[in-house]
Write a new protein. Sequence first.
Length: 561
Amino acid sequence: MKIKYLYVVLFCLALSLSPVRAQTLIPIPDTLSGPVIDLTLQHGSREFFSGTQTATLGYNGAYLGPTLILQRGQVVKLNVHNLLGDTTTTHWHGLHVAPNNDGGPHTIIMDGETWSPSFTVMDQAAMYWYHPHLHGKTLKQVVKGAAGLILVRDAEEQALNLPRNYGVDDIPLIFQFQTFDNQRQIVLNDEMDNTVLVNGTVNGMVSVPAQVVRLRLLNASSHRVFRFGFAGNEAFNQIGGDGGLLDAPVQLTRLTLGPGERAEILVDFSGKEGQTLFFKTFGNELPQGFPGGPAMMGMQLGPLDNTSFQVLQINVTTQTANPVTTMPAALINNTVWSQTGAGTRSFGLTAQPMMSTTNFFINGLKFDMETVNFSTGLDKTEVWTITNQTMMAHPFHVHGNSFFILQKNGAAPPANERGRKDVVLVPPMNGSVKIVMKFEDFADPDMPYMYHCHILSHEDNGMMGQFTVTAAASGTRNPGAGKLIISPNPVGDMLFFEAPEEPDGNMTILLFDDLGRAVTEKQVWTNGHSGMIETGSLPLGIYAVQVKSGVKIFRGTFLKL
Ligand code: C2O
Ligand code: CU
Ligand code: CU
């Protein structure tokens, strides 16, 4: 009833207020949650423009995919069914998982097959996303619509007075620059992007209640950078980035998001019931060399470049019951890893030849599936310096681990980029970025993690590298809360474990084989400090165990005979 009423109001508003273009209500993606999630990659068609069907790809539907809602600490199993008639992979962008669960280019899902990774969700509350990542086919599959959101929730975020009523006062927004041809079909060449889609909608419109509303923004474009802001320059507060909340809200009137980047903002619509606001992108304010901004030498200007235009109409409607009406003063404490004793590494973003506008590499090397570019150690901290020796900005992304930005062009990062990140825009023409990251929890001498430019044509053309994390030969792993007591050891069909101290809550268990690979999910029974798992089906060998309980991690090893 209420919903119907809302639609009538919106419809009238749309009729009376819409300026030149007819606006369409954007859909809010359905949600999936729980211990087992099924995703099917499939073909579809969508009426982006009335009267024309456009061929698309999607997860569980015609275009884009459901939003996965995960709880930090839970174990999730994802069954990804591939009905594309082509090979693919599915990558959990931003999630801290073992390389074999990450869905990078090495975990190929053959046509008609199902890939079923299983892992414990270890990430902080934030918005992540998933998309195909098959080398050479990423652009083709993502641009056609294969992408979806992941919302991780945790107790720390839950304790804050923030809007989190999905689709009501907490609204996911997937922004994509796209190219449609005369037949209104999606073109894979992103140089001439001529349309912006929001949640798969042209000329999108959303309704929000007259209170503090959280907008979760993803730039899922293949190529272009957004510079978001309101038509009237209304201020908003950024509260979070790629991999977690900020220390405190940061007030902004503009927000730049490169491909792959996410941001959470709070906008106070209190007292604005009945009003219409216009969310825009200001490409004309982007610096030289940022895709979507002013013309770059040797590159054609797309129809939407270097200009500002409306990307979303926002209609303010009635307040909900129990609205959030205040901005939080503080959020979480981000602790940047200490750089003492950290290793260093440098990456050059390079063009071949020097002035090329299409052939980009990292350290002059084209990605090779068979070459691991370097290897680092478990629990190591490293400072990476990424220098951009090209004419254009590149969004640099690392798999498996989030990082903190230490410097951008030699200066401290802006306040809204001081939370956990997994993509950073590296400014052009000798611009540089320094990041720090720590390689925790997962080691695998064979299966690599990726680092790459998130401009999908660059990535597909080889602007990507890979690295492995290997377990230290002995001794000091990440200091856990204590050592697990495991019995019997060697184990047979059953393993019993006891936590050395009070667990924080439910205990979950992860097993790694001697290659550091997470072993498929095991049923675990726990009772107070102790628990047991069935080990009869485990192959013989040495295993590492991690028992996680809230923020505590207990570790141990055992021999399976
Ligand atoms: Cu969003 Cu390696 O990817
Ligand atoms: Cu990723
Ligand atoms: Cu690039």
